[in-house]
Write a protein that binds this ligand. Structure first.
Ligand code: PLP
Length: 393
């Protein structure tokens, strides 16, 4: 395949007919845990599958190309990918993280900080007055999540990466919510891109996996060495499935974001909804930044219902087509209540500081027909509106 191929072509065709023995169109899966040495004291391309594996490497190459990085490491989960990036910092180093990051990332950072492995400052990365004093503390690593989970806040990657570089820190961007189809953080100056491949990259809710893509070859080497040391690597079969999912990434996410825009517009019209967080809406405070930094607005959104937890319960019980489940980025639409699900482990105080209220619901918009998605949401909204009318009467 030509080096000049467009991203859509890389996603659809990387590794096609790579099998020189049988010319299989679909790449084979190499499940073998070990590989024969060519002879005494001679090493081959692969020796042992914890260190490297052809199926895993094929996915890594595809993701590195899509993100514009020097290489990638495929991990066993998105959390293992976050942790792999954390292996680059030392005791006493400061990590700057968003105060509204994914709950699992928040928990991991706190757990490692509590064991004295490094220091963490959680800040509002969209607040210029919070950035200056935080960077003045001399961080070694800046974690960015944009758009953030679940509030869909967008931060300026270029601005943060350039401040980080000036402070001698590296920048890692969790690109799970958009995928390289809609955002390429390395182009904006990031050193690392993190993915939970569980989400859009695989896209079919049948693999848990992760990846870290690094902009520079020395970092790729360091991350690969750590992944080999800790063994937090992805399995070959999972890599095969994820590459298979990646084939349709572009059309999936483009169609899903069209649905998301319609759903967001629909929700803004409901009297039961107090606010919709979707960067594609002109009313979103980071709309212009999202439009300049992203190739699209994605298929994740969140909204708040009037009437507190009671409304949330009624909505979730009555909504159709949206399954109440954690995770996101699959072909099927899901609904989550961050306060009791994805972000419950953060604790109430941290949730309040991040702005994650008990009335917030998060939607991952799938590939279903737009009309059916809206009909499903209408059922939930009708249950909430019924109760507010009866209370008002
Ligand atoms: N990063 C983000 C933004 C996520 O939403 C998630 C999971 O929801 C993760 C990382 C962790 O990924 P995984 O569940 O694959 O470990």
């Amino acid at each position: 395949m030509s080096e000049q191929n467009k991203p859509e072509t890389i996603a659809a065709a990387h590794g096609v007919v790579a099998d020189s023995d049988f010319h299989s169109v679909t790449p084979p899966i190499y499940l073998s845990s070990t590989f024969a040495f060519p002879g005494f004291a001679q090493s081959g391309r692969h020796e042992y599958s914890r260190t490297s594996n052809p199926s895993r490497d094929m996915l890594a190459e595809a993701l590195a190309k899509l993100e514009g990085g020097a290489g990638a490491v495929i991990t066993s989960s998105g959390m293992a990918a976050v942790d792999l990036v954390l292996s680059t910092v030392r005791r006493g180093d400061l990590v700057l993280a968003p105060h509204d990051c994914y709950g699992g990332t928040y928990r991991l950072l706190c757990a490692r900080r509590d064991r004295d492995q490094f220091d963490v400052a959680f800040i509002d990365q969209g607040d210029a007055s919070a950035l200056a004093p935080a960077f003045a503390r001399g961080p070694k690593l800046v974690l960015v999540e944009t758009p953030s989970n679940p509030l869909m806040r967008v931060v300026d990657i270029r601005e943060i990466a350039s401040r980080a570089r000036a402070a001698g820190a590296k920048t890692a961007v969790d690109n799970t919510f958009l995928s390289p189809a809609l955002q390429r953080p390395i182009v904006h100056g990031a050193d690392f891109v993190i993915h939970s491949t569980t989400k859009y990259l695989n896209g079919h809710s049948d693999v848990v996996g992760g990846a870290v893509i690094a902009a520079n070859p020395t970092d790729v080497e360091e991350l690969s060495a750590w992944a080999n040391l800790t063994g937090a690597i992805g399995a070959p079969f999972d890599a095969y499935l994820t590459l298979r999912g990646l084939r349709t990434l572009f059309p999936r996410i483009q169609r899903q974001q069209q649905n998301a825009m319609s759903v967001a517009r629909f929700l803004t019209k409901s009297p039961a909804v107090s606010i919709v967080h979707y960067p594609g809406l002109e009313t979103h405070s980071n709309h212009l930044l999202a439009a300049s930094q992203q190739e699209g607005f994605g298929a994740m959104l969140s909204f708040e219902l009037r009437g507190g937890t009671d409304s949330v319960r009624r909505f979730v019980d009555a909504v159709r087509l949206f399954t109440l489940a954690e995770s996101l980025g699959g072909v099927e639409s899901l609904i989550a209540h961050p306060a009791t699900m994805t972000h419950s482990g953060m604790g109430e105080e941290a949730r309040r500081a991040a702005g994650i209220s008990d009335s917030l619901l998060r939607l991952s918009i799938g590939l279903e027909a737009e009309i059916d998605l809206i009909a499903g949401l209408k059922c939930g909204l009708a249950a909430v509106e019924r109760i507010s009318q009866s209370e008002g009467s």
